[in-house]
Ligand binder design. Sequence first.
Ligand code: SF4
Ligand code: FES
Length: 248
Amino acid sequence: MAKTIQIEIKRQSSPDVEAAWEKFELPWKPGMNVISAMMEIAANPVNASGQPTTPITYDSNCLEEICGSCAMVINGKARMACTALIDKLEQPIRLQPLTKFPVVRDLAVDRSVLFENLKAVQAWVPVDGTYDLGSGPRIFPQAQEAAYPLSNCISCTICMEVCPQFNDVTGFVGAATIAQVKLFNSHPSGKVLKEERLRALAGDGGVQECGFAQNCVQACPKQLPLTEAISDVSRDVIVQQVKDFVRA
Ligand code: SF4
Ligand code: FES
């Protein structure tokens, strides 16, 4: 008998309708991952009861854990769908959208809160303009090595999904944004905005909301040193607050 895969997917056709689980049974193929299973459903949108249905809506792009778009909850764990191999998952495989973000449809969620948070801390190097900036500042290899892991963030929002403090009550910005503050504050050109970034993390929803559960550092698919970044930025925020108090 041909080998099959059992998948249950939490479906929701729009943000304001009730979600419901739908079961699928697909032919097994070697090397399948969760995204390729959903492509199979799109090619033949029929559920396990034999009824025609709609293809699953989900986000994905790179299929190699680089674009950060395919995060979802797979068998109860927030992770990237493109690197979730079917053969390594217990069946039935249960897929549902990230729980801390508004559902757009099926497994696609609106994660714009992360990009708003990054805007709020000015997570960029300010080099706008068409003038000649000359050669960039020298960065020693040790500083490059320290910064590199932080530059690997793919904006997947998994660190926010697993954080007990990331909720409507605290308004916590989450680990990814704080890590980018550390990255840009350590850059020779980026640090021109260091004080503004630290002040943006000083108030409600800022770095002090972290309860140090450490879920983020365990769940991050790119192994960013998140707890270290949060500790360093917390210290810098306090130093900035003291400086601002003395200057006032
Ligand atoms: S810090 Fe890690 S878990 Fe958080 S958004 Fe970046 S890559 Fe994803
Ligand atoms: S599709 Fe890009 S990270 Fe999964």
